[in-house]
Design a protein around this ligand. Structure first.
Ligand code: ZN
Length: 282
């Protein structure tokens, strides 16, 4: 088994979206009016080569975000609070081809942590894969209410007929709900609500190391370690962060959220979250 990291361009958001700030104003208003842009950060997607077939987790962003009119400029979030830099060759399709993987033939499953555009923008590259989306997340992202919430359902491929999943109440370590993706249970989906109410993550066990493909559970490992939720999520965030942290204490875990610029280094050095947890505790 093997994991590939695919960087599908860059995104930048406001600093107070990355980390929740104190104060009485509604959080989204603070994000929209926030003056400080954070640094440009990567948009990662993941490819798991498993004996049962290739599994992709999230699909990254599309270069169409650079075309006039692709993003809804009427929406305050797109007007004021997010910017993308994605070239055509950054998209997941061409990058998979470079790895010798044909996205239209060789990818068995695509798992979506959630349906925000920087995760769903590359869906069009996988017309023949089984696409797994959490049932309520799909519902929340669809239609007019989805658009108002910042999703781009009108940009999802017309052919999209996802396998809508609900996670059974089957515990996996500290997670109450989980679903095995492969027969050997080395690729597991776990519920990580917070960034959105029905957010999921994927845990991949390779040779005793747990690669935690966290989507937007937190934007960085630092915010996981300090239990700082993001600026737009739900009340569930803190409990999820605690759960991921306690998982990382009992299992050697490499934490891989979608936008953490320090990921290449952490992967190369096989840096385990637990090492930092001990440093913080002592
Ligand atoms: Zn998101």
């Amino acid at each position: 088994m093997k994991i590939h990291r695919i960087k599908t361009g860059l995104v930048r958001i406001k600093e107070n979206q990355i980390s929740k700030t104190k104060g009485p104003a509604p959080q989204m208003l603070k994000v929209l009016l926030g003056k400080k842009w954070a640094d440009w950060v990567p948009i990662y997607a993941w490819v798991i080569e498993h004996p049962e077939g290739i599994i992709v987790v999230d699909t990254g962003e599309t270069s169409k975000t650079g075309q006039q009119g692709y993003l809804p400029e009427w929406h305050p979030y797109y007007a004021f609070a997010v910017q993308f830099k994605v070239h055509p060759q950054d998209e997941i399709g061409p990058q998979l081809l470079k790895l010798g993987i044909d996205p239209t033939k060789d990818v068995r499953k695509v798992i979506m942590t959630h349906m925000h555009t920087d995760h769903a923008g590359g869906l069009s590259h996988f017309p023949n894969s089984e696409i797994l989306i959490e049932k309520n997340e799909y519902k929340v992202g669809s239609g007019i209410s989805g658009k108002l919430a910042g999703y781009l359902p009108h940009r999802w491929p017309k052919w999209l007929k996802p396998n809508l999943i609900t996670l059974p109440n089957e515990p996996y370590y500290g997670f109450n709900q989980s679903l095995a993706v492969t027969e050997d249970r080395k690729v597991m989906i776990v519920a990580t609500p917070g960034h959105v109410a029905n957010h999921i993550s994927v845990v991949v066990e390779i040779e005793g190391i747990y690669y935690f493909l966290a989507g937007d559970t937190s934007y960085t490992q630092e915010n996981l370690l300090n239990l700082i939720p993001d600026g737009i999520g739900t009340e569930q965030s803190i409990n999820t962060l605690k759960r991921v942290l306690s998982f990382s204490k009992s299992n050697p875990t490499i934490y891989l959220p979608s936008h953490d610029p320090e990921i290449p280094e952490r992967m190369e050095n096989k840096e385990i979250v637990g090492n930092y947890v001990e440093t913080i505790a002592s």
